[in-house]
Design a binder for this molecule. Structure first.
Ligand SMILES: CC(=O)N[C@H](C=O)[C@@H](O)[C@H](O)[C@H](O)COP(=O)(O)O
Length: 226
């Protein structure tokens, strides 16, 4: 299968339950993933090796794997170590995503890309800025995503919506562009496509029940009866 061709024009569903919440179990993540594929997802984004193994057993679509770690001396959370890269690919990841920002980190970005590619998988760069995307492509990443825009000190405070400007700017770099981060409605996913995204990843709005419930709850709380 040509993975990028399969994902082009499609939807990736990120099945990442709220940490330690009631849905945070490999069997539930696998059920979410199967349901997403039944609904038309072209691919999946899965956190954690155990979850990935459980999902790989029930789907054949491309899987973007990540491991999130909370490190004491670095703000980098998404796949900071090459050892995690190997474990994700062994568990069935076709693509491995990593934090592609220039923030202090335990292992250089270039080494992660090399580790991913040397095992025959594709590297997806989770970026916060245009420069992150440019560097990632020069280092051999196959996919650049807007994943971390709004989540670094330099990009914090962008608001509740997704970063469509970065998406448009990525288009000029020439790589495969993933829209990711706060594409919380079908209309925003369509806007991503119009802005030039090759593919759109949606997480919270589909798979974090607690968040979506909170959005509805807040809307109801703030609405006065007529
Ligand atoms: C910033 C960060 O750590 N993002 C994470 C990356 O894997 C996930 O928590 C997001 O859910 C994912 O990117 C999808 O985005 P959204 O849930 O907004 O559709």
């Amino acid at each position: 299968m040509d993975i990028l061709q399969h994902l082009r024009g499609g939807l990736v569903v990120s099945c990442q339950p709220v940490d330690d919440g009631p849905m945070d179990r490999p069997d539930i993540v696998a059920a979410m993933a199967a349901a997403a594929v039944a609904g038309g997802a072209a691919g999946l984004r899965i956190e954690g090796v155990e979850n990935l193994r459980a999902v790989r057993a029930v789907v054949t679509v491309p899987i973007i794997g990540i491991v999130k770690r909370d490190l004491p001396d670095s703000p980098v959370r998404i796949t900071p170590f090459a050892t995690d890269v190997a474990a994700l690919i062994d568990a069935g990841a076709d693509i491995v995503a990593y934090d592609a920002t220039p923030r202090p980190r335990p292992e250089p970005r270039q080494d992660l890309v090399a580790a991913i590619r040397s095992r025959g998988a594709l590297a997806m760069a989770d970026c916060a800025t245009l420069d992150d995307g440019r560097v990632a492509l020069s280092q051999g990443a196959a996919i650049i995503g807007t994943t971390l825009s709004g989540y670094t000190a330099d990009t914090a405070g962008l608001g509740d919506g997704p970063d469509l400007d970065l998406l448009g700017a990525f288009r000029g770099l020439g790589g495969f562009v993933m829209a990711e981060g706060r594409f919380n409605t079908p209309a925003l996913a369509a806007a991503a496509r119009q802005a030039g995204a090759d593919c759109v990843t949606v997480g919270s709005a589909i798979t974090r029940l607690e968040h979506v419930t909170g959005w509805f709850r807040a809307a109801i709380d703030s609405a006065a009866p007529r």
